[in-house]
Each structure stands twice: as structure tokens, then as C-alpha cells.
Design a protein around this ligand. Structure first.
Ligand code: TRP
Length: 349
């Protein structure tokens, strides 16, 4: 399912797709989303949010799911979930996701989406689920035993994509097995009961991994992430604390100088300059100067996003309205699709 052959094939398809998408955006429905386990950070922003906003503004039909049921795939608690969901809506809005164009919604408020899980589960085998490498990796990382929901969440994710007949899904490489599973479910359903679903395609995100402040992948769980919602002062403190090395002269060398290089990449993303150019400019001024430059670049880049976010923080009623309206629209789509599914299956009484 995830061998390199299928990765190459996916990459090829993805490139052709993006070309067509730029020409005929209205043909496409994009579905993607996030787990509401914390605040969005620069890794999310440069990795996916920025591209979502671009596609939205291009005229692609855009749906974004706040995947609240995925929170309990590998953890035992829903603590802070309401706060995390509202804050995720604020982050989206601040980044330019426009609720007039994009439907923002949550799993838990769209019953018909979840109901697709039952027929879909009948179309997958235990072996397919067991060999999904992403599920395996997530189970190991969580340190928990494999729950039924973790094992089957790729099927649930197929429900997310197919309830709105999504045909393009921007994802990172780790999510590719889930897209393959979704395509298989759509194909099997259509073969068995008649054509209801498109077979969605992945849009592969740029393979550049956004480094966290320590050079590892930026992730909240590593404590190396620059959240969008931080203040300028908090950003400064966090960057000041980041680990560099004892060599004064600044060079870009990911392999041997992960800390310094992560800082350079962060500044490069925010300024549009290259890492090498920035490194050469800082040169012998050392890590202190580099950190000051990174702080300034990040704070300047995020200033308009943060300004909008502060306004939404003062207007929680508006944020709630956005989500309520998104959930209403998602329910309309899900009810329509579920009735097509029941019709195709002859479950009409
Ligand atoms: N699993 C995705 C993640 O952890 C989030 C997600 C939920 C998603 N449903 C989706 C992504 C449907 C793409 C399509 O990032």
C-alpha cells in the first residue's frame, strides 16, 4: 500500500492534478483537516494552511474538518476539547480561511457523516487495516494499546472525504495510505452498489519538512513549535531558548548543525530569502544575532495573522457562529450523501 512504487505514482498523479486544478478549480472539492489537540503552529501554516487558503481563493470548493473524534484514537481524554476547537477556528480565520468560501465543521456534529462508517467498514478487511503503516506508527508513538478506533480511523477518514464527495485531499506523505484506503472504499462501494462516490486523489504537500526549533519535525509534542497565537515576547523567549551549538560562524548544514539550520529555515520561510544568504549575512555575529533575526522575521511575518486572531479572541460569539453555520452546511451535504447511499443499497423504507 505504501511502497515506493505507489508513492511515485501518487506523486505523478498529484502533479498532473495540480496543473488541472489551477485551470479548472470549480471541478474540484477539497477536503482536509486537523485534530484539535492544540494550537496551530508555523509547521501547520507553511505545511498546509497556506496552500488551503490559496486553493480556496482560486475557487476550489473547500471543506475543512476539525477532526474531534480523531482526538480519542490514541488518547483517553477529551479534556480542553471545546477550547481547542474554538481556538482552531480562530487560527483558521486568522490565517485567511474564509467561512463564506470554506465550510468549517466537526465530526461530532454531523451524524450522517459518522453513519457512513457502517457500510464502509464492510468494505475493508482486517488485513488492510493491520498493515497500514501510519496506524502502526501512531500506535507505537502513543504508547497505548491498539484501540478499535485507532485501527479503523482510516475508514472514518474516508467518511470525512467521501461524505462531501471530496475529490482532492492535500496531505503529507504519512497520510497517503489513508487516501489509498479511501480510493479502495469508493471503488468497492461503487462496484457493489452503483456509482455514488468519486475516487479522491492526494495532493502531496511539498516534501520540505518544517523543522522545529531543535531541528526535528515541528510538533507540539516535541515542545519545539512556534504557535501562531504566541505573543511577540513569548516568541522571542522561545527562540532564545532554542539549542544551537558552540561554533560561532553561522552556516547552513542540516546534518551537522540541526539547531542552527532549523533557525535559518524558519527565517527563510518567513522572509522568502534562502538559508545560505541569511547565514552569510549573519556570519561571525553568531547564534545570538541569528536568533534576533529569526525572532524579528517570525514576528513580522505573523503580525497581521496575530492581529486578526486577537480580534477573534474578543468575539467568541462570532467564532461559534462560524462553526455552527459550517456544521449546518456539512449536515446538509452528509444527509444528501447518506440518502444516496441508502438508495443505492436498497435501504429505502
Ligand atoms: N488525520 C489528519 C491529521 O492528523 C487529519 C484529518 C482528519 C484529515 N480527517 C481528514 C486529513 C481527512 C485529510 C482528510 O492531520
Amino acid at each position: 500500500m505504501s511502497n515506493s512504487g505507489s508513492f511515485e505514482a501518487s506523486l505523478k498523479r498529484s502533479e498532473a492534478l495540480v496543473a488541472d486544478l489551477n485551470e479548472h478549480p470549480g471541478k474540484y472539492t477539497m477536503l482536509t483537516g486537523d485534530r484539535p489537540t492544540g494550537r496551530l503552529h508555523l509547521g501547520h501554516y507553511f505545511g498546509t494552511i497556506k496552500e488551503r487558503v490559496r486553493l480556496q481563493n482560486l475557487g476550489v470548493n473547500t471543506r475543512v474538518i476539525i477532526a474531534d473524534y480523531q482526538v480519542i484514537t490514541d488518547r483517553d481524554t477529551t479534556a480542553n476539547i471545546q477550547d481547542n476547537v474554538y481556538n482552531m477556528v480562530m487560527d483558521y480565520l486568522a490565517c485567511g480561511i474564509d467561512p463564506e468560501k470554506t465550510v468549517i465543521f466537526t465530526h461530532s456534529q454531523v451524524p450522517a457523516l459518522n453513519q457512513l462508517m457502517l457500510p464502509f467498514l464492510s468494505l475493508v478487511t482486517e488485513a488492510e487495516l493491520q498493515r497500514n503503516p501510519t496506524v502502526k506508527a501512531e500506535m507505537e508513538a502513543s504508547g497505548h494499546t491498539l484501540t478499535g478506533l485507532l485501527l479503523t480511523y482510516p475508514v472514518h477518514q474516508a467518511c470525512d472525504i467521501l461524505f462531501c464527495k471530496g475529490n482532492v485531499v492535500p496531505v503529507g506523505k504519512d497520510q497517503l495510505p489513508h487516501i489509498e484506503q479511501t480510493r479502495l472504499i469508493a471503488r468497492k462501494f461503487n462496484e457493489r452498489y452503483g456509482k455514488v462516490f468519486p475516487e479522491p486523489e492526494a495532493i502531496l504537500q511539498d516534501t520540505v519538512e518544517i523543522p522545529g526549533l531543535d531541528g526535528r519535525k515541528m510538533s507540539k509534542s516535541y515542545g519545539n513549535a512556534i504557535s501562531l497565537c504566541l505573543t511577540e515576547k513569548e516568541t522571542e523567549k522561545l527562540i532564545k531558548k532554542s539549542k544551537t551549538d558552540s561554533e560561532r560562524f553561522i552556516t547552513f548544514d542540516k546534518e551537522n548543525r540541526p539547531g542552527v539550520s532549523a533557525l535559518l529555515t524558519t527565517a527563510a520561510l518567513c522572509t522568502g530569502r534562502s538559508e545560505e544568504e541569511i547565514a552569510a549575512e549573519i556570519g561571525n555575529d553568531g547564534a545570538g544575532a541569528l536568533k534576533r533575526y529569526v525572532t524579528e522575521s517570525v514576528n513580522e511575518y505573523l503580525a497581521p495573522i496575530r492581529e486578526r486572531r486577537r480580534a477573534y479572541e474578543q468575539d467568541l460569539d462570532y467564532v461559534k457562529d462560524v462553526l455552527r453555520e459550517g456544521n449546518r452546511k456539512a449536515n446538509e451535504m452528509a444527509n444528501q450523501t447518506l440518502s444516496e447511499v441508502c438508495e443505492a443499497m436498497g435501504m429505502v423504507y
